[in-house]
Structure formats: C-alpha cells, structure tokens
Ligand binder design. Structure first.
Ligand SMILES: [Zn+2]
Length: 234
C-alpha cells in the first residue's frame, strides 16, 4: 500500500471483460489482497500500453488508483505472462481451471492458495510435465491448505491399509467400506490405486481422478469448479 489513493499489488489477472468503447474490467487476485476488480482504461485501443495487463494469466506488480473497491490500473510491471499456456488447448483449459479456482478461493486473501496457483501455472507453461498431474497436485494442495490431507492408501477412520475401492466422506476423508457412512462417495478401485500411487496413469484415469477431486474440493472447501474445463478437452 502506498498513498491513500494508490495501491501496489502483486497480482494475477484471472478474468477480463470488455467495457464501453475500449476499456476492460479486470478481476485480479493479489497475494495479499485476495480478489479485487479494476478498470484498465483504453486498453482495447490499438497500441495501448497496458494491453498485456488485462490479459488473463498475466502476473505482475499492478499499481491501482482509487479506493473503496473502485480502482483504475495506472501501471503494471509484468513478472510473467504465462503466454505459453495459451499455445496448447489442453494446457489452456487447465490454466483456466487454475484461474477459476484461484478466484473462488480468494474471496479473502489466500496467500498459500496463491502460491499453489502460481506454481501450477509455471509448470503448465514451462515444463513438459503431464498437465493432468499438475491439476491433480494443485487440487490436492488446495484441499491440504484447507486442513485435510487426503491419504488414499489407508482408511482415515480405522487406519487399515486400503485395497480395491474406498469411500470418501467429508468428516474423515478417505475411508474403507466398513467405516463408510450413508451418503459417502465411492472411490472406484482403479482411481483409489492411482491416487495412492500404487498404479500408473493413463489419460482416462488421470482425467477421472481430477473430476473426482473437483467433487472433493466442492464438498471440503465449498468451492465449485466446473468439470467442463477438463471434459471439453476431449
Ligand atoms: Zn476403516
């Protein structure tokens, strides 16, 4: 925070929509501020200096003028564009999932979630790692930051080693069939074995595991992220 009318925030642009003739309204998630909205004036004009500041995935030091939740972007020093994400359709959809999740997890400042998202975006943009693995790590990390570490190898109620299928329930996480309560969710044997690291990955298994993790994120963190980010790649 600088003067009363100008703030500097280290933030990722998670969403941008055109407004009026040539403005964009940007949703930013700041590492210390959580979610904020700001206008980038004139940025749709040809040669506009701040066009990149209104691109989703842009990570930078934004200087915002204004107060009380009404801000205008006056400067932005780019740290990363993560531009490589938009060059590949699967990585692009996975990147959009990360941005959507980050926005929904950051109604309040959420620095750990911010760092997890930044790490996932870096891996999507600059590594050859399987994008399914990046999404899986991100979702498991978000659940862990929320206070629940999911163990797919042991029943979290009675402690015995799991074989075959298991169940998920909000109160305990992953449990065996005998510890499961009414209303628990099935974790099919191949998905449980895969998430426990006992079996290798095919794209189909990796994808189904991530769709299941989205359901756990919804139940445990109250954040609904659409599975279409994953299924529209198919
Ligand atoms: Zn059990």
């Amino acid at each position: 925070m600088q003067t009363a009318d100008s703030v500097k925030v280290k933030a990722i642009a998670v969403r941008a929509v055109p407004y009026g003739e040539s403005d964009m309204i940007i949703t930013l998630v700041g590492v210390e501020t959580g979610k904020i909205t700001a206008t980038a004036k004139g940025c749709l004009k040809r040669g506009a200096k701040l066009r990149y500041a209104a691109e989703p995935f842009n990570f930078g030091d934004y200087v915002l003028a204004g107060r009380g939740g009404r801000y205008v972007v006056t400067e932005c020093e780019q740290i990363e564009s993560f531009g490589a994400i938009t060059a590949d359709i699967e990585r692009y959809y996975d990147g959009c999932l990360i941005l959507d999740a980050l926005a929904k997890l950051s109604e309040q400042p959420a620095p750990e979630e911010f760092m997890a998202a930044l790490n996932a975006l870096s891996r999507l943009a600059y590594s050859n790692e399987d994008p399914d693995a990046v999404i899986r790590d991100f979702l498991l990390t978000a659940i862990e930051i929320g206070g629940n570490r999911l163990d797919f190898a042991h029943c979290n109620a009675c402690g015995r080693a799991l074989e075959g299928a298991a169940r998920f329930q909000d109160a305990d996480g992953i449990v065996c069939e005998s510890c499961a309560n009414f209303g628990s969710i099935e974790v099919e044997a191949p998905l449980r074995a895969f998430l426990a690291g006992e079996s290798g990955q095919t794209h189909a298994i990796g994808l189904r595991a991530n769709i299941l993790l989205l359901e756990f994120v919804h139940i445990m963190l109250g954040v609904k992220i659409s599975a279409r980010y994953l299924t529209e790649q198919l």
